[in-house]
Design a protein around this ligand. Structure first.
Ligand SMILES: Cc1ncc(COP(=O)(O)O)c(C=O)c1O
Length: 389
């Protein structure tokens, strides 16, 4: 076999692809594993979405290429959503770019902005695609320390920027995967000022904006004056509308950054076929706030079920106000060992905190995207396993 590219030396296989393979092998040998590791919503999309896909796909003229920027109707529907939800005006022709899921855009943004010797600023507990994208681009990472006391928000006022490392992108994500932390508009205003002052791209990754609890309402960085000078935001249909497998998202905001992102991605992908965009329009236009609230109530109930038993399974956590996860600290072993032992002893899968950065070693991440009956069984198994050790 010929030699692989040098860039693979710095790129670990994607954590969830590795664990999925392990779970597959366990299931093939007859073990009933309950997966609380991956954040894939278990509930169906809102009414009308699937019907629209089917109707649209049954037409003969919806199967060609749609162009590199999706359909105008889809972009206009994203603009309507931002106006209605955040009172933010977006130009559908220049300030909205459809994506094949937000992960695609996240990784491609690094290809657009990082050369060798350039740096991304990334909270040291964060969604892995920010750092993996930087590595793939050949860039460097400056980890920003975050902790529970500061609400997992990087302290930008204390941050010393080393200009010789060519900082290019600041990554933010609130409501946060994996910590469940949320950000205020005051924090976003500071982040926008920081990025404008230091000539950085502010990349706000916001897939959980509509997955919140206890009445909390999350916002968009684009609500801040001057945000559009330096920011784009990634939106996703995966979590808001339970459409993870559809691979539909968008990047919105600064027109020049979106142009550069398009320059990369139009060389890599050719968009979805029309019916996916047609169904996306229905998700954006017709999903009611009652539907979102009821769905969030389901997650909130699961969150509370888990919180109740945490101590009895050797974990502690603060109550998340958003996202699909509980970020739990392990009390008597490190996170990776806990994950391995729970998988072997209770056949329950978690994500180890170390997969989210150097600050995550004493943590595990628990997903709420699992049917209630399976969750209850998982918690029973975990209690037996932990107490019989
Ligand atoms: C913080 C964060 N960003 C982005 C994504 C990717 O979402 P998508 O399905 O839109 O690619 C995820 C998925 O879990 C996520 O947690």
């Amino acid at each position: 076999m010929t030699k692989t590219a040098t860039r693979l030396e710095n790129l670990q296989p994607y954590f969830f692809a590795v664990i999925a393979q392990q779970l597959h092998q366990m299931r093939n040998s007859g073990i009933d594993v309950i997966a609380l590791d991956i954040g894939s919503p278990d509930l169906p999309p809102p009414p009308g979405v699937v019907e629209t896909l089917c109707k649209s796909a049954s037409k003969p003229d919806t199967h060609g290429y749609t162009g590199y920027r999706g359909t105008p109707e889809f972009r206009k529907a994203v603009a309507r959503y931002y106006k209605r939800r955040f009172d933010v005006e977006l130009n559908p022709d220049t300030e909205i770019l459809p994506l094949l899921g937000s992960k695609e855009g996240i990784v491609n943004l690094s290809l657009a902005y990082l050369d060798r010797g350039d740096t991304s600023l990334i909270p040291d507990i964060s969604y892995p695609s920010y750092s993996q994208g930087a590595r793939l681009a050949g860039g460097d990472i400056q980890w920003l320390s975050v902790n529970e006391e500061d609400g997992y928000l990087p302290q930008l006022k204390d941050l010393q920027l080393d200009k010789s490392r060519n900082p290019r992108i600041l990554w933010l994500n609130y409501p946060n995967n994996p910590t469940g932390a949320v950000a205020s508009n005051a924090f976003y205003a500071d982040a926008v000022a920081f990025c404008n002052d230091h000539d950085l791209v502010l990349a706000s990754d916001n897939p959980y904006v509509d997955v919140t609890y206890d009445g909390f309402e999350a916002g968009s960085v684009l609500e801040i004056d001057d945000a559009k000078q330096c920011s784009i935001e990634f939106m996703s249909f995966s979590k808001t509308y339970n459409m993870g497998g559809w691979r539909l998202g968008a990047a919105v905001g600064n027109a020049e950054i979106l142009k550069r992102l398009l320059q990369v991605k139009s060389n890599i992908d050719s968009g979805h076929f029309q019916s996916v965009y047609d169904a996306g329009v229905v998700a954006l236009d017709e999903t009611t706030s009652d539907w979102i609230r009821e769905r969030n109530n389901v997650y909130q109930r699961r969150r509370d079920l888990i919180m109740e038993v945490l101590q009895s399974i050797g974990l502690r956590a603060s109550l998340p106000l958003g996202s699909l996860y509980i970020w739990a600290q392990t009390l008597d072993m490190d996170g990776s060992r806990y994950v391995q032992m729970a998988l072997e002893g209770a056949h329950v899968a978690f994500a180890p905190g170390a997969a989210y950065g150097p600050g995550g070693e004493q943590f595990i991440r628990i997903s709420l995207g699992i049917a209630d009956n399976r969750l209850i069984e998982a918690l029973d198994r975990l209690k037996h396993w932990y107490q019989s050790q």
